[in-house]
Design a protein around this ligand. Structure first.
Ligand code: MTE
Length: 306
């Protein structure tokens, strides 16, 4: 574990849950009456009914145990090396089957949306899980703005390619840049967000600053970080992990306790921070979001369309 110096205390280190909840209400209240939030808040965001009631992991847990292969394959590598990434200026190229293609500066993207706090369950294909209080907005809001054309059936995403700053990209551990994709109706689902922060703060670099996808009913590898390109396309796009291991990492990758990874069971999961001796918990189909998303897969064999 990386050690911090004494001046490096984060807000979550000194704030307990009741204060956090209180602060969320303050922020929401302030947003409602149109005044600036309290001085500690770097981002104001309204709470969402789509949030889980489960207790979020700590800021420390969420930002020190990561997968971000652009910075190395170890869980602690992103926290150690992601500081090298320049995230300002940042633009997202939006192209393909859209009415208004172009290179959109991040500020411009954010001007058109209202940020919400979404506390989501997050389940990695490796069978660890967390609960994360994201700040973000529905991907559909952005897609509506650029105008999706009728031929578009899928959305493809790409992460930044910058080996000078992303040391993991200097070796061919993955086929860079990292790419992911969703079916258009999955992308338009209200649960699917582009996140720009967590715990009321700007997105930490190790978590995919300045803007990443979060799709809470799918395995975490679908939630691509540090996005620079979004393309509306007619055919199912190639995706990084699916190219790496087609039998191990499907395009759909919906959380499913009954479809095991070829090398391990998906029936249960380990909640990060639950303690060494706490028991694993049962994996839930669609990571608990079945009410909102099961309809997307009606008639599909979930084992085949893994
Ligand atoms: N996005 C990029 N660009 N590179 C990655 O290596 N890892 C994925 C996903 N998005 C990854 C990525 C995986 S496997 C997981 S589990 C989540 O990011 C982890 O997100 P977190 O570190 O914020 O918890």
């Amino acid at each position: 574990m990386r050690h911090r110096n004494g001046n490096d205390l984060r807000w979550s280190d000194v704030t307990d849950k009741s204060v956090w909840l209180n602060r969320r209400q303050l922020i929401a209240g302030a947003a409602a009456v149109g005044v600036a939030g309290p001085a500690v808040a770097s981002i104001t965001a309204a709470p969402s009914p789509l949030s889980t009631q489960e207790k979020p992991n700590t800021f420390e847990e969420i930002t020190s145990y990561n997968n971000f292969y652009e910075f190395g394959t170890g869980k602690e590598d992103p926290a150690e090396y992601a500081s090298a990434l320049t995230v300002d200026p940042w633009s997202v190229q939006i192209d393909g089957l859209v009415d208004k293609p172009g290179s959109y500066p991040l500020d411009d993207i954010l001007k058109g949306v209202s940020l919400e706090e979404r506390i989501y369950r997050f389940r990695c294909v490796e069978a660890w899980a967390m609960v994360i209080p994201w700040i973000g907005f529905p991907l559909s809001a952005l897609l509506d703005r650029v105008g999706v054309q009728s031929g578009a059936k899928y959305v493809a995403f790409e992460t930044l390619l910058r080996p000078e700053e992303m040391r993991g990209q200097r070796s061919a551990i993955l086929d860079w840049p990292y790419r992911e994709g969703l079916r258009l109706d999955e992308a338009m689902n209200p649960l699917t967000i582009l996140a720009t922060g967590l715990y009321g703060e700007e997105m930490p670099k190790q978590n995919g600053a300045p803007i990443r996808l979060v799709v809470p009913w799918k395995y975490g590898f679908k939630s691509i970080k540090s996005i620079v390109k979004i393309s509306l396309v007619a055919r199912q796009p190639e995706t990084t992990w699916n190219i790496m291991g087609p039998d191990e990492y499907g395009f759909y990758a919906n959380v499913n306790p009954e479809v095991d990874h070829p090398r391990w069971s998906q029936a249960s999961e380990r909640r990060i921070g639950a303690g060494l001796f706490s028991s694993r918990q049962q994996t839930v189909l669609f990571n608990g979001y079945g009410d909102q998303v099961a309809g997307l897969y009606k008639g599909m064999n979930l084992a085949k369309f893994y």
